[in-house]
Design a protein around this ligand. Structure first.
Ligand SMILES: NC(=O)c1ccc[n+]([C@@H]2O[C@H](COP(=O)([O-])OP(=O)(O)OC[C@H]3O[C@@H](n4cnc5c(N)ncnc54)[C@H](O)[C@@H]3O)[C@@H](O)[C@H]2O)c1
Length: 376
């Protein structure tokens, strides 16, 4: 926006300064706010303040989470021990958080995206830019609806994505990490703005024109991580885990390309692809809960294990496996994706955890989907 067009913000070289709001304050949401806040202090074309929407909750102490974050400059529940930066302001009022913001960072568990976006209808102008850091998707009759498309559909704003090998706790400690930003055709300039906002000496960000490929990598790898957790829980060893990861990566690529023919093979070699898969199958929460599930012989529910072991953090892999299974069933593709299908059937209690290694012996039935063999 130019000065002539009028705005009530501050200006930098005749252009209105960007104002960033982060929608979400979980583990990754808090780290994203910290990263961004370190850059808005430095970049002259951004307002210093970064508002962060908090889904308000009352802590065991009786205090409100947003008050404690603002008092201590620390998210004591989702990112204890890390200072966020004095220019991060926690705000429990969603509408107030986005007021005047020109760049919105969506980072909430995917099951809450639709509800949150619906509350924002009419509160966000058409020129606002969004980015989604959210892993997961929704299933509609027509196929997969990725979170960036859901945000665009409800709010009628452009939405990029950021995914990568990003365990939030390690980025919070400023350990070197990489990420991939996805943008659509003609949006390179917007992607560059997001790169400037996120990049730090310890957080290296590249941009790629493949929104769906990047988002599907970030989403589908959680199913593979559940499979890897089963292998760990069964003490099957490293070779088996590597085999499961390879088969999983192959299914990620075939599924992505069948759903969105525009998906690029090279995307799987970016941080959002193979690097995120490795991280999630070794260190993530989906792997951890699936391991506990297998060690309990499938007798304890995922909901129970999530509540016990994740302290408010949310699992994605089990619901994503369910959602992908609905697509596979609807299209008659189960036999083409033995790993994805088996993960869901184990999670649903239809098969024992040991079935995860038996599926390795199954050869996908290519005759089911014309052209699929060339992707394998
Ligand atoms: N944590 C990581 O290392 C990491 C890394 C990369 C991507 N992600 C992705 O980022 C997204 C957000 O994850 P996170 O780690 O920031 O969150 P989290 O799982 O740590 O925390 C859950 C969040 O959901 C909020 N919440 C609970 N009920 C809600 C409701 N009804 N409406 C809205 N919000 C509600 C909680 O307040 C909390 O902020 C997920 O898609 C996740 O896959 C996480």
């Amino acid at each position: 926006m130019t000065q002539e067009e009028g705005s009530h913000g501050e200006w930098c070289n005749g252009v209105a300064k960007q104002r960033v709001a982060v929608i979400g304050s979980g583990n990754w949401g808090s780290v994203a706010a910290k990263l961004i806040a370190s850059n808005t202090l430095r970049l002259k074309d951004f307002h210093d303040e970064v508002r962060m929407w908090v889904f308000e909750e009352t802590l065991q102490s009786g205090e409100k989470l947003s008050h404690v974050i603002n008092g201590n400059n620390e998210n004591v529940k989702y990112l204890p021990g890390v200072k966020l930066g004095k220019n991060v302001v926690a705000d429990p009022d969603l509408e107030h958080t986005v007021n005047d913001a020109t760049m919105l960072v969506f980072v909430i568990p995917h099951q809450f995206v639709e509800g949150v976006c619906k509350q924002l209808v009419g509160k966000v102008g058409p020129h606002v830019e969004a980015i989604s850091l959210i892993k997961g998707m929704e299933i509609r009759k027509e196929g997969c609806l990725m979170m960036s498309s859901l945000i665009t559909r409800i709010l009628r704003i452009n939405c990029c994505v950021l995914m990568g090998a990003n365990l939030a706790s390690e980025i919070a400690e400023e350990k070197l990490s990489e990420a991939t930003i996805g943008y659509r055709e003609d949006n390179k300039a917007v992607a560059d703005k997001w790169v400037r906002l996120f990049r730090t000496p310890y957080f290296l960000v590249a941009s790629v024109q493949d929104v769906e490929g990047i988002e599907l990598c970030g989403t589908l790898k959680n199913i593979v991580a559940v499979a890897a957790g089963f292998v760990d829980g069964l003490d099957m060893g490293t070779n088996t885990k590597a085999a499961i990861m390879r088969i999983g990566l192959r299914e990620m690529r075939v599924f992505s390309k069948l759903m969105f023919p525009s998906v690029q093979d090279t995307t799987f070699f970016e941080s959002c692809g193979v690097a995120d898969l490795i991280v999630t199958c070794w260190g993530g929460r989906n792997r951890k809960i699936a391991e506990a599930f297998a060690r309990a012989g499938g007798k304890r529910s995922f909901d129970e294990l999530e509540a016990e072991l994740l302290q408010g953090q949310k699992l994605q892999g089990v619901s994503t496996a369910y959602e992908v299974y609905q697509v596979l069933k609807h299209r008659g593709w189960q036999e083409l994706f033995p790993l994805f299908s088996t993960v869901h059937e184990i999670c649903a209690g239809l098969l024992p955890p040991t079935a995860i290694v038996e599926q390795c012996e199954r050869t996908p039935n290519f005759s089911l989907v014309e052209g699929s063999a060339e992707y394998y």
